[in-house]
Ligand binder design. Structure first.
Ligand code: SAM
Length: 285
């Protein structure tokens, strides 16, 4: 089967099947063999691995995954792509395509069925409209995962990797870094896709922490504090927390906790590290 990472081959398949791109599914197919190789390398695939691919499209990356992993399970929402995948993946006997919405799939059950419950790797050129729910869903549902290597919007990759006090730092940075170690593998310009997206992209690898980087008694409260702090980023931490409809602490309780942490009463949430949010949750909880 021809390498679909080469633009000419992708165009041929699309024309042969008269495939109509659906914008609502975030369909931008990758056509750059160097980027494909980088993704495979960053994921550190071996023949022992089961890979979950989200949105195989016409099977471009799936072919690379099938070459390098033991088993590939690819979940694709668009039924119009199934006949194409039948053709482009016919040389491989280690690929299973599931026609489903990834947000409705029980990924832990797939890991159990295809990998005996051992940690899986996730690789995808994600549909950008659901990047955050997909990634947070995978982490929060406690699916056994070794790493997630994904193409996302460049701005989102920057937010995932940002540290305290920087302009990109926010709730997404803290949520991702609570579960994983982020590493930006490559920046990818729009001309590496058909059709071209109107944003820049980046490949990011999230390696799941074996042990959580912080201890916190009430994870939910910590994330509620994080959300409240960044909902009103220009306000002080004390004001953001007391204005939040999600939280019920008095101004005095919040002021006392901030003081007990040795922070200034005018500190902003964007200055706090994950450890400090964990401590704040323990003090208030
Ligand atoms: N992997 C292909 C590639 O790299 O060329 C396609 C990537 S394209 C950016 C995103 C893919 O995700 C599309 O094939 C799209 O149909 C699929 N998709 C969109 N929403 C989805 C969902 N909720 N569940 C599963 N697949 C989805």
């Amino acid at each position: 089967m021809a390498n679909l990472g080469i633009a000419k081959n992708t165009i041929e398949i699309i024309q042969k099947y008269e495939f109509a791109f659906q914008k609502r599914f975030g369909q931008n197919f990758l056509v750059d063999t160097r980027v494909l190789e980088k993704i495979i390398q960053a994921a550190g695939l071996t023949k022992e691995d089961m890979v979950l691919e989200i949105g195989p499209g016409i099977g471009t990356m799936t072919q690379y995954l099938a070459e390098h992993a033991g088993r590939v399970v690819a979940v694709e929402i668009d039924a119009n792509l199934l006949p194409i995948l039948d053709e482009t993946l016919r040389d491989y006997d280690n690929v299973t395509v599931i026609n489903e919405d990834i947000l409705k799939v029980d990924v832990a059950a797939l890991a159990e069925k295809y990998n005996g419950g051992r940690p899986i790797k996730v690789v995808a050129n994600l549909p950008y409209y659901i990047t955050t729910p997909i990634i947070m869903g995978l982490f929060e549902s406690h699916v056994p995962i070794h790493n997630i290597t994904v193409m996302v919007q460049k701005e989102v990759a920057d937010r995932m990797q940002a540290g305290p006090g920087t302009k990109n730092y926010g709730a997404l940075s803290l949520a991702v870094q609570y579960y994983a170690e982020p590493y930006i593998v490559a920046n990818v310009p729009p001309n590496c896709f058909i059709p071209r997206p109107n944003v820049g992209s980046a490949v990011i690898r999230l390696t799941r922490h074996e042990e959580k980087p912080v201890e916190v008694k009430d994870e939910k409260l910590m994330f509620a504090l994080i959300r409240a702090s960044f909902n009103q980023r220009r306000k002080t931490l004390a004001n953001s927390l007391s204005n939040s409809p999600e939280l019920y602490f008095t101004k005095e309780e919040i002021g006392a906790a901030i003081e007990a942490m040795g922070l200034s009463p005018s500190v902003r949430g964007e200055a706090l590290t994950l450890e400090q949010f964990a401590k704040l949750a323990d003090l208030l909880g």
